[in-house]
Design a protein around this ligand. Structure first.
Ligand code: 8X3
Length: 248
């Protein structure tokens, strides 16, 4: 029997690598994103195995319509990967743009909440399913300019744990993956609003995680025996580590 998975944010980076990993395992992948041409590129490669859902995760009605489309195709969504999210700006809290904060909350928190809430009842009904949220080490370790981005990922972390609490007695699994520095994504380009120089400098001369590293871990979590729930996985490249507390 075919297995169905929904991956949000599949036009680049982690979402693209995760979608491909599951496509290679013969899943039917619903992939969301705003850039239709990139979704179509993926569809051209994988034909009917990839079903593009082109919409903005900030749009409540469009989200509902996309979820309706999924459930008109299958009654059993086996897995939801909440990957779509973004960081905007790296300014200090008293200098940054308030609308950037609102966009991050709307995407990283509200977008994720809406999709999860719309998908959950069918998983509960089927008493099966896996939800894997893409958090960040920024949800645990504060850094200068991380303000609302980090806070939104702390939300994802705690929401994942609280979902586990609510889903006691069901066979639904919930995991949160918290990657550190990861290149070959649009993350920094988006954070620095298209400034390629600044985005490039974040990764220059550094060993970084790659989207494929995260995709491998997502697949590993999914493939665990059904009684095994990986609560969280925190991943950094070998050369990223902790800094001491600052005293001034
Ligand atoms: C991305 C990791 O450290 O750049 O979520 O915030 S970090």
């Amino acid at each position: 029997m075919k297995k169905y998975i929904l991956v949000t944010g599949t036009t680049s980076g982690l979402g693209l690598a995760i979608a491909k990993a599951f496509l290679e395992e013969n899943f039917i992948v619903f992939g969301t994103g705003r850039r239709i041409e990139l979704l179509e590129e993926l569809q051209n490669g994988y034909r009917e195995s990839f079903i593009p859902l082109c919409f903005d995760i900030q749009d409540k009605n469009a989200t509902q319509q996309a979820i309706n489309k999924i459930f008109s195709t299958t009654k059993q969504l086996d897995c939801l990967i909440n990957n779509a999210g973004l960081a905007l700006g790296l300014e200090k809290a008293f200098e940054c743009d308030l609308s950037d904060w609102e966009t991050m909350v709307e995407t990283n928190i509200n977008g994720l909440l809406r999709i999860t809430r719309l998908v959950l009842p069918s998983m509960v009904k089927n008493d099966a399913g896996t939800i894997i949220n893409i958090g960040s080490i920024a949800g645990t370790y504060p850094y200068l300019g991380g303000n609302v981005y980090g806070a939104s990922k702390a939300f994802v972390k705690q929401f994942s744990l609280n979902l586990r609490a609510d889903l006691i007695g069901t066979k639904i699994r919930v995991s949160n993956i918290e990657p550190g520095l990861c290149s070959e994504t649009d993350f920094s380009l988006v954070r620095f609003k298209g400034n390629r120089e600044k985005a490039k400098a974040v990764y220059e001369n550094k060993t970084t995680l790659k989207p494929q590293d995260i995709a491998n871990i997502v697949l590993w979590i999914y493939k665990q025996p059904l009684h095994v729930n990986i609560n969280s996985v925190e991943i950094m490249p070998i050369n990223q580590t902790f800094s001491q507390l600052v005293v001034k």
